[in-house]
Write a protein that binds this ligand. Sequence first.
Ligand SMILES: [Zn+2]
Length: 217
Amino acid sequence: MNNTVLNDAESLEKKITPTIIEQSPAAKLPTPFGTFNIVSFKDNLLREHAAIFMGDLKNSDSPVLARIHSECLTGDTLFSLKCDCGFQLEAAMRQIAENKTGVILYIRQEGRGIGLFNKIKAYNLQDQGLDTVDANLRLGLPSDARRYEICAEIFKALGVKQINLLTNNPTKIHEIEKFGIEVKNRIALEVGRNKFNTGYLDTKEFRMGHMFNHQQD
Ligand SMILES: [Zn+2]
């Protein structure tokens, strides 16, 4: 093991403020929902983020439809039903494609910022009956370690100043506004509730302040 390599939780402990250091040129990204443009951003923690977008973001007269999506390997890529991440990502892509303008920031802060390895350790504790908050706390990790400085930097790099944000998480709104991006409207993104994640979604609502209307219940 190389002790000089920091994982997400360690970099958080060391209080390193993430900042973008490099931006790629844009490329086309065809998807089942339509063709997006994709740009990648490197940060000072050696993480590589992505923004996918449609339309002319810089010259938009109205607030840009936007989602800040934190990486979830299990949900986004492996079809996990344990959370709602994959469903939210797909719904956001569909909505932006229908709207013909909008942006998704895909931020590499896996497991609400604790990293994949720690997330799987927390899943193991959840299999033993702990909820998502208590499992993280048992491991000595914060229940939500995500940070939003780089999201504001990426929005600004893309020329986005005002957004309509697709989220159920009020913390995201406060955080992104703190770093200079105005959230004109919150648009709920309630998708993918199932028998495996209903407890998780309830924990996000009652212990983490997420807003759900339970329209699907
Ligand atoms: Zn997830």
